[in-house]
Design a protein around this ligand. Structure first.
Ligand SMILES: [Fe+2]
Length: 213
């Protein structure tokens, strides 16, 4: 392909803006990951040494409106991240894995994710996938599991989390949550929406989760 036609070398103004906004956020998330000892070690090992960008489309979803004012529910050390994610929301590729048949229409109106690094995200990696999950208020993301090992960092919003056979626990923003491979987990929001960063490693990094326990 001629150089002037290669989309990686000729990003659109929107893609260039998103790349510039996202690069420091990925670096911030990596720095925060270093505080999630000891589970973080394999994730840090798999983290890409260089962030190589690829073209991204911008897609919106109804849940994106939940970002408005969401930083008031952030932890002190995640507030800047939340504000930056909200500021670039319109340039972001927001996606859904589930369908109406999985969890119903109300869930789809209140759920979305965007990948930052991985096989689909702005920056390439075959070893990890990371991005953000956004849930509206008063919604349950029912029990599901996946092969990939996962770390979640709630960035804004207190939500109820459940893992394996444990009871529901109210988790504040700013504390890491670890789900080993194939551990069933679920999350339920109350009055506050939830914005949480996720990192996956090992296993199929683009697989749809297995629903149920
Ligand atoms: Fe998960």
């Amino acid at each position: 392909m001629p150089k002037d036609l290669d989309p990686r070398l000729n990003p659109t103004p929107r893609e260039a803006r998103l790349e510039d906004a996202l690069r420091p956020l990925v670096d911030s998330l990596r720095s925060l990951l270093a505080t999630a000892e000891p589970e973080a070690q394999p994730f840090l090992r798999d983290w890409p040494a260089m962030l190589i960008a690829r073209p991204q489309t911008a897609r919106s979803l109804p849940v994106v409106s939940a970002l408005e004012g969401l930083s008031r529910f952030a932890a002190p050390h995640t507030r800047t991240l939340v504000e930056a994610i909200a500021a670039m929301a319109e340039d972001t590729d927001w996606r859904q894995t589930y369908t109406r048949a999985d969890f119903g229409e109300r869930f789809l109106q209140n759920y979305g994710w965007s990948e930052w690094v991985g096989r689909r995200g702005m920056f390439e990696s075959d070893a990890i996938a990371c991005g953000v999950l956004l849930l509206g208020p008063d919604i349950e993301y029912p029990a599901h599991s996946h092969e990939a090992e996962e770390l979640y960092l709630p960035l804004a919003g207190h939500a109820w989390w459940r893992s394996g056979q444990s009871d529901w626990r109210l988790r504040p923003p700013g504390q890491w949550i670890h789900h080993p491979s194939w551990t069933t987990h679920a999350v339920r929001t109350a009055a506050e929406p939830l914005l949480a960063a996720y990192v996956w490693r090992a296993g199929d990094l683009t697989a749809k989760s297995r629903i149920g326990r």
